[in-house]
Design a protein around this ligand. Structure first.
Ligand code: GAR
Length: 199
């Protein structure tokens, strides 16, 4: 029985695309993406889900009275409706509380665009992570896929991959290289490992 996967997104969805492509190529074979949930109505990731014929929905915090607990409950209700086994955070820009994370131990995966424990935790997301890496002058950065617990970017590490920082890098150039060389490679691999019960 394939694990039923939900992917939570907020933006462009290139990591969602990498997962859908890996599934298409048969590299993810122990699970299937059956639902995409966005917390932004205009997330391009929703178009990617539609193109792949995957069910999708938008859940906005402001429609939940701007309450984090009500927002998380609305997500849980959807996950239950779809009998979801594995939850994948792919550029999901909202920190989930312990109320949510404790419900799904070792069943929520996240990709973070640095080598944890560098440049992670609250306030480190998206381009900000690469800005911080460049500011610090590190010569190597990368990406990390980890299980999600109540500590932002603090859960058990599943896979990591290093990427060189090159002279002349801007945050945008570095972000793209980290995505291409690390995130899109290790995230689908980690999803398969978890779905196959190999970790
Ligand atoms: C990715 O670089 C991902 O690692 C990062 O946001 C981007 C989403 O891109 N996530 C975080 O910073 C989480 N803390 P995508 O929407 O194209 O996948």
């Amino acid at each position: 029985m394939k694990k039923r996967i939900a992917v939570l997104v907020s933006g462009g969805g290139t990591n969602l695309q990498a997962i859908l492509d890996a599934q298409q190529r048969g590299e993810i074979k122990s699970g299937e993406v059956v639902l995409v949930i966005a917390n932004k109505a205009d997330a391009y990731a929703l178009t990617r889900a539609a193109n792949a014929g995957v069910d999708r929905c938008v859940i906005l915090k402001k429609d939940c009275g701007s309450s984090q607990a009500a927002f998380e409950q609305a997500i849980i209700d959807k996950l239950e409706e779809y009998r979801i086994d594995i939850i994948v955070l792919a550029g999901f820009m909202s920190i989930l509380s312990e109320f949510f994370t404790s419900r799904y131990p070792r069943r929520i995966l996240n990709v973070h665009p640095s080598l944890i424990p560098s440049f992670c935790g609250e306030g480190f997301y998206g381009l900000r992570v690469h800005e911080a890496a460049l500011k610090k002058g590190v010569k190597v950065t990368g990406a990390t896929v980890h299980f999600v617990n109540e500590i932002p970017d603090g859960g058990e590490i599943i896979l990591q991959k290093a990427v060189d920082v090159l002279p002349g890098d801007t945050p945008e150039i570095l972000q793209r290289r980290v995505m291409e060389q690390a995130e899109w490679v290790i995230f689908p691999r980690a999803v398969e490992l978890v779905c196959a019960g190999e970790i």
